[in-house]
Ligand binder design. Structure first.
Ligand code: CMC
Length: 384
């Protein structure tokens, strides 16, 4: 029997496994992917390069990058049964539910897992990464009553996603901004959805089945679902002049303000910093900046109030600024969490490929707080 290593609600601070994919350094407000600071990748890398880097553990050579790019291009189409499933979902279905079901349906063709077939698992991961983007774009258009747009092989992953959503090619600047937003969301060590995916993969269930479970975990409002809620909050506030009062009221009523707080960061989330700077550049070129102004006031009021309450460990996280950036790209708020999944699927798969090199089933212990001994009287006795 293993030694009792103690109890921590929500697994806070528990070291559950090893990884060399990414590290969140909470006190420093630093995030590294395989040692490289996220800011450096945001400045210089592309989605395709970081995908290769995370999945394989090495930066790609020109030919390696070409192979990754080709695998992502080749994987873009969906099998007929998945297209039909997406098209049959009602317009009121939440896109994250549709994505979870679509991902599960992609697993129908998944065979028995071969843990040691790293190359095969990486290829499956690249195909799934491409298909998740196509599935999200397809349902986004269906939901809006539009015909799906076929992928364009001349476009990069980020460009092609925006093209499949809007039906027109993005300009270079918009495509680069979106590419960087995807890079920022790709991995974040043992966040809840990655951990969920790892738990499933540790049973040697398939890669796609594991990712389907991770999609479910990402959808919750305390995790990836927060980005959609930030925009719902901005819409509910409706006017920058009302934002301060709204925040004061929320804090008075002990309501959580979405897009703030983090289990690990005790200072500014570095992803939020990069997103805010991209947002400021984008806002400067747009006329409709109401959402940004509302969120700016929410932000400043939160910082001021939290500092006064000695809760200055609560800062904006990645979900606070992403939505208003996406809104300026004419993306709808209900699609923001699926867009998170379009990026995070790379992290999920990288973790699965990594852990299968030396797998052990995840099976923690429970702190039992029920009675030690109880009776089971028959139904008749319980009814009398
Ligand atoms: N607004 C107001 N107060 C907050 C917030 C917030 N957003 N987040 C935490 N607090 C307070 C919380 O009320 C608690 O106060 P007290 O000690 O007086 O009870 C204290 O800070 C600690 O909060 P916690 O909920 O115990 O912290 P946790 O580590 O269990 O949860 C969290 C972390 C991210 C779930 C939480 O901060 C939260 O619910 N934030 C809002 C949802 C959100 O933005 N989620 C996205 C997270 S980052 C990206 C991702 O993972 O998807």
């Amino acid at each position: 029997m293993s030694a009792d290593v103690g109890f921590s609600k929500g697994l806070a601070g528990v070291v559950a496994d090893e990884t060399s994919i990414s590290q969140v350094q909470g006190d420093a407000g630093r995030l590294i992917y395989r040692g490289v600071p996220i800011e450096e990748l945001a400045e210089n890398a592309t989605f395709e390069e970081v995908t290769h880097f995370l999945l394989r553990g090495e930066l790609p050579s020109e030919s390696g990058l070409e192979a990754t790019r080709k695998a992502l291009l080749d994987g873009r189409s969906l099998p007929q049964h998945v297209e039909s499933l997406i098209d049959s979902a009602g317009k009121s279905a939440h896109p994250m539910k549709v994505l979870q079901a679509a991902t599960a349906a992609l697993s129908f063709s998944e065979g028995v897992v071969d843990l040691k077939d790293k190359e095969g698992n990486i290829n499956a991961a690249l195909k799934l990464t491409a298909q998740v983007a196509t599935a999200v774009a397809r349902f986004s258009r269906r939901r809006r009553g539009l015909e799906p747009v076929a992928p364009d092989p001349s476009l990069s992953h980020a460009e092609n996603f925006l093209y499949m959503i809007h039906g027109e090619k993005p300009n270079k600047e918009e495509a680069r901004t979106f590419d960087v937003a995807l890079i920022l969301h790709m991995d974040h060590d043992f966040n809840a959805s990655t951990f969920a995916g790892r738990v499933i993969a540790s049973t040697e269930a398939g890669l796609i089945s594991s990712v389907s479970g991770a999609v479910g975990a990402l959808s919750g409002p305390l995790h990836g679902g927060a980005n959609e809620r930030v925009l719902q909050m901005a819409d509910e506030i409706g006017d920058p002049a009302k934002a301060k009062e709204w925040v004061l009221d929320a804090l008075k009523n002990k309501k959580k303000v979405m897009g703030f707080g983090h289990r690990v960061y005790r200072t500014m989330d570095p992803r939020a910093k990069v997103l805010r700077s991209m947002l400021e550049k984008t806002v400067a070129q747009k006329s409709d900046t109401a959402t940004y102004e509302i969120l700016l006031t929410v932000h400043d009021t939160m910082i001021e109030q939290l500092s006064a309450k000695q809760k200055d460990y609560i800062w904006p996280n990645v979900d606070f600024w992403s939505g208003s950036l996406y809104r300026l790209m004419n993306l709808e708020s209900i699609d923001y969490t699926p867009i998170f999944a379009v990026a995070r699927v790379v992290g999920w798969c990288s973790h699965i490929v990594e852990m299968w090199q030396d797998n052990r089933i995840y099976r923690p212990a429970a702190k039992y707080v029920g009675p030690e001994s109880a009776q089971f009287p028959g139904l008749q006795k319980r009814s009398s």
